[in-house]
Design a protein. Structure first.
Ligand code: SAM
Length: 205
């Protein structure tokens, strides 16, 4: 990945994703998480302060060592046991039907083979288990979409493979999830091309 991807980018993500404006969204998306949780793209642990008391433990999946290091302070401040349990959402080292809930925040944009990652989440969730997500993706407006397509090649280069045009709801549905809760909106304070968010929950069959 090189020095930029390994050392610099996780620090940029820690600052950009750590902006205060995202906190109410993190609080909302973490509501209802329970039991054994798998978090995809744990990053620097920015969701840790929002895990509810109903969470028993978290298996964190994150390739970036620096992200994990940046999470140390948040990990010390929580009573929820969090273990770095995997490096790649495309190949989860967990048994079938082993997690109660899953969490993914602004991660499905970046995982190279997102369909495989979602089928992995589905596999490791117990039947009826829920994936809680807030993700940016393809905008509802044609004008914004045109700009997303123009900027996407640059975005991918600068932000470690981050796509702007992934149709989040379609991807979840294609992976076999049933969406039970969905809010779609432009994130306040973010450029529309990067802030067309889908927040909700999806149930594994
Ligand atoms: C935009 S960041 C979001 C981080 C975190 N979820 C948050 O909300 O702050 C995307 C994250 O996905 C991680 N990522 C990239 N490829 C991945 C993969 N194959 N499996 C799991 N996570 C991955 C990145 O390292 C990065 O931490």
């Amino acid at each position: 990945m090189g020095l930029y991807g390994e050392q610099v980018l996780p620090r940029i993500i820690n600052v950009a994703c750590g902006l205060k404006g995202a906190q109410p969204l993190r609080r909302r998306v973490c509501e209802g998480l329970e039991g054994d949780v798998v978090e995809l793209g744990f990053g620097s642990g920015l969701n840790v302060p929002f895990y509810p008391d109903t969470v028993k433990r978290v298996a964190a999946v994150e390739p970036a060592d620096v992200g994990w290091k940046l999470a140390e302070k948040r990990l010390r401040a929580t009573s929820v046991p969090v273990e770095r349990s995997g490096l790649d959402g495309q190949s989860l080292p967990f048994a079938d039907n082993s997690y109660d809930t899953a969490l993914s925040t602004w991660t499905l944009c970046t995982i190279p083979d997102v369909a495989t990652a979602l089928s992995e989440v589905r596999r490791v969730l117990k039947p009826g288990g829920t994936l809680h997500f807030v993700e940016h993706g393809l905008a509802p407006d044609a004008r914004v979409r045109r700009w997303q397509h123009r900027f996407e090649p640059m975005q991918k280069k600068v932000f470690g493979g981050c796509h702007l045009t992934r149709p989040i709801v379609d991807l979840l549905t294609a992976a076999g999830f049933t969406i039970t809760d969905l809010d779609e909106f432009y994130e306040e304070g973010a450029p529309k091309i990067m802030g067309a968010d889908s927040l909700g929950t999806a149930i594994a069959p």
